[in-house]
Design a protein around this ligand. Structure first.
Ligand SMILES: C[S@@+](CC[C@H](N)C(=O)[O-])C[C@H]1O[C@@H](n2cnc3c(N)ncnc32)[C@H](O)[C@@H]1O
Length: 289
């Protein structure tokens, strides 16, 4: 088996030693929280080999030297964009959007809340290319008519600057409809315009969403509490201490009664006391006693 791996490594255009692999994965972990295990070696190689060619470098050792040099700033940004996994789709795990719709309807009909604070804040943390925050905004537009007169904003953040650019443009392929369940197909149809064989998110939907680059490991700029936070299919890339600390920070940022949505394989083994599981990977922050 080792012989097979060695032969594969010999055939590679650029040699990647174990030491260089560990240096790169260590840097990625400290910059992003993303853990790249041994099984990600081919992925790291193929994504960075392209970059080495672009830069005219001969080896990974030269690339590591570049990352150690004064010019590293710009290159670490590239490294970060290269290692993120951005797979996403509109209305992924659609049961979360059923719970969101119910939550928003009940907030908009809560007379106490509407007297003191007619605004709603939702955060899509790790939003990738924007399908998740636009799904949220589409639900707001199409399914919660009672929110029309409210100030509603969806904050969409991601580490990867390429994803933030794509999301801000709000243009998607027509095959984005594939696999969308139930009435969410129609909801998406109502919130896009077809133009030259692509889908443009309608202005009224786009205007609800604000894209910003943000590394979840860094300080967060939010001044006020959130009614719902989506952090789906992001925590799986982190180690347990990073995961636990992030989930506690989400709990702190939620309004009492606010909801946290995680990805389908991200159930919490160690959850903050104030969060209660109310559905599949869906948590609510307990109202203060
Ligand atoms: C698989 S996508 C999930 C997209 C969407 N939430 C969904 O479930 O469809 C994971 C996203 O997390 C982002 N990400 C990874 N580490 C991050 C970090 N430290 N800070 C912010 N975003 C991060 C990646 O750039 C990527 O776009």
């Amino acid at each position: 088996m080792n012989q097979v791996i060695q032969n594969m490594e010999k055939q590679r255009e650029f040699a990647l030693t174990q030491r260089e692999f560990e240096k790169l994965t260590g840097l990625v972990h400290s910059l992003t929280g993303i853990v790249l295990g041994e099984h990600k070696k081919d992925m790291l190689y193929s994504r960075l080999a392209r970059r080495l060619r672009q830069l005219g470098l001969q080896s990974f050792s030269q690339y590591c030297e570049l990352l150690d040099s004064r010019q590293a700033g710009e290159e670490t940004g590239f490294l970060v964009n290269a290692v993120t996994t951005n797979l996403t789709k509109f209305f992924r795990e659609s049961h979360h959007f059923d719970s969101l719709t119910e939550h928003l309807r009940s907030l908009s009909m809560n007379t106490e809340r509407s007297k003191i604070n007619r605004s709603i804040r939702i955060w899509s943390a790790g939003c990738s290319s924007g399908e998740e925050p636009y799904s949220i905004a589409s639900v707001i537009n199409s399914s919660v008519a009672t929110l029309k007169a409210w100030d509603v904003k969806v904050l969409a953040t991601d580490l990867d600057t390429n994803m933030i650019r794509t999301g801000s443009e709000g243009i998607y392929k027509t095959n984005s409809f594939e696999g969308i369940e139930g009435n969410y197909r129609q909801i998406l149809e109502d919130n896009v315009r077809r133009k030259n064989d692509v889908l443009h998110i309608k202005e009224m939907t786009k205007n609800l969403v604000h894209f910003k680059q943000l590394n979840l490991l860094h300080d967060w700029p939010m001044q006020r509490k959130y009614d719902a936070i989506f952090c789906r299919n992001v925590l799986i890339y982190f180690d347990n201490p990073t995961k636990n600390s992030l989930v506690q920070r989400y709990a702190n940022l939620l309004q009492p009664g606010g909801m946290l949505f995680l990805g389908h394989s991200e159930s919490l083994h160690q959850k903050p006391e104030e969060l209660r599981l109310i559905g599949k990977t869906t948590y609510i922050k307990e109202e203060a006693a």
